[in-house]
Design a protein around this ligand. Structure first.
Ligand code: CA
Length: 256
């Protein structure tokens, strides 16, 4: 099957505009072209954007450049295999959800026996419905951006992505007014609690790849969010790296 028939939403461009796909972008890592094309078809029909990588090295690059909501990862790949890909991701503190695609029982045993931080596995041959259901299940469990209606909570702060509202506390909750960009920045961090984002990643993820702004822009918006949320602000500065969302430690000054 030729890929020329795929829609624009299927294509991700590491250096272009952020890919569309209402449910987010899934990275499919598969060296067999026919299987990759089928997966692209199933997932894009279900509303996902799809980016395909055909070996382990380019998969690692793609996780960094296209920032998928989940990775559907073949175990048997040329070069570094799927298991090694996950090992390297987790070693780099990258917790992007991974769903392994295994072709044989011995691969299932390896995947299960290694406890390397895969989120699920699926055995070939798979049906379209099964693939889509399992990807959605992984995203539900890992509370990825596909859960647009789910209220995110970190510490004392609640964020409702659907209603675009932010609250402090719960009884009673106090609404905090954020600008669009402040909201998007906070939501991005809160979707993946404890994951550290560099300023460059945040610029690209929140402001878009076309942003010609300097990374100082990120610092300015972080400062604005902190000023509005006060001591409850979940944004933590990771010195020399960037920012993450974590409940503020009581012993630390807010925002450190
Ligand atoms: Ca393979």
């Amino acid at each position: 099957m030729a890929t020329s028939g795929s829609s624009a939403a299927d294509q991700a461009h590491p250096s272009g505009s952020p890919p569309s796909g209402a449910r987010g972008l899934v990275l499919v890592v598969e060296d067999e072209r026919a299987i990759a094309d089928l997966l692209r078809l199933y997932l894009s029909r279900a509303g996902f954007g799809v980016h395909v990588a055909t070996d382990g090295e380019s998969a690692l690059e793609a996780v960094r450049s296209v920032r998928p909501v989940a990775v559907l990862l073949d175990v048997g790949l040329p070069g570094i295999d799927g298991i090694e890909v996950v090992r390297r991701l987790r070693a780099a503190e990258d917790w992007t959800p991974v769903l392994f695609a295994t072709a044989r029982d011995d691969e299932v045993d390896r995947v299960l026996g290694l406890e390397i931080g895969a989120d699920d596995y699926i055995t070939k041959p798979f049906s379209p419905r099964e693939v889509v259901a399992r990807v959605k299940a992984v995203l539900r469990r890992t509370s990825g951006p596909a859960d647009a209606g789910r209220v995110l909570r970190v510490g004392n702060v609640s964020l409702d992505p659907g209603a675009r509202r932010v609250y402090l506390g719960s009884d009673p909750a106090q609404e905090v007014e954020l600008t669009t960009t402040e909201f998007d920045l906070l939501a991005h961090l809160m979707r993946r609690p404890a994951r550290v984002f560099t300023r460059e990643q945040l610029l690209s993820d929140v402001w878009g790849y076309a942003a010609t702004l300097g990374t100082r822009t990120v610092d300015v918006h972080v400062a604005q969010v902190r000023a509005k949320l006060g001591p409850s602000s979940p944004i933590r500065t990771v010195r020399g790296v960037g920012y993450s969302a974590e409940p503020p430690a009581p012993s630390r000054p807010a925002g450190r």
